[in-house]
Design a protein around this ligand. Sequence first.
Ligand code: 8X3
Length: 254
Amino acid sequence: MTALVTGASAGIGEACARALAARNYSLVLAARRVDRLEKLAEELRTLHGVSVTAVALDVTDRAQAESLLERAGNPVVDVLVNNAGLARGLEPLPENNPDDWDEMIDANVKGVLWVTRPVVRQMIARQAQGPTPTHIVNLGSLAGVAAYPNGAVYCATKAAVKALSDGLRQDVNQYPIRVTLIQPGMVETEFSQVRFRGDEGRAKAVYRGIDPLTAADIADLVVYAVTAPLRVQITELTVTATHQANAFTVFRKP
Ligand code: 8X3
């Protein structure tokens, strides 16, 4: 079995790569930071003896996404994990920098589409040989469940990921192609550092006084979904830290 993971150089993507390699999946790892990918690939080959291909990919670059399979040596992809994505800024919408809107919409919405298209078309083409189970896992967010103040555009992109997942699930329903949406709340990764453009203090404050989810917690859910019996389709999983009730209610230890 081969899994393709986007945004695999850090955070949830890297954790998915580690968890899937540990379960003997061959991997195609894609991200912009190819030097980090190469290091991870080498580590996973040595640890688990699996085949790992590292490919440069900026999901906002349509041509790069369209040529991804070819550049990875035309792998047959059984599992796609659409993880790449980001948030930029946390301020009222009228004060947003529209460049941040472009970046988030391009990566979180169009990026998922660019990457999914060739992979799902390959998955469908394989069905001509008889029913062939495959799986697409999209990383949404609690932000896609309900929009929170100062995050309108990020929340909108993740609501879009939910709609794309729900629509695609229906469009491939005649095939054994499962589509799973995972919607995490607060996970301590580079997420907030990216959102606040390297402001460590602001990033740390997001997780102050709670025991946030880890990237490995989310990777466990991905593994659970993709290894479930083939009759089982996890359509949607929303997961939060125990002290995060929803996007608005978080108990922080003083
Ligand atoms: C990240 C979760 O709630 O911080 O997608 O937006 S949240």
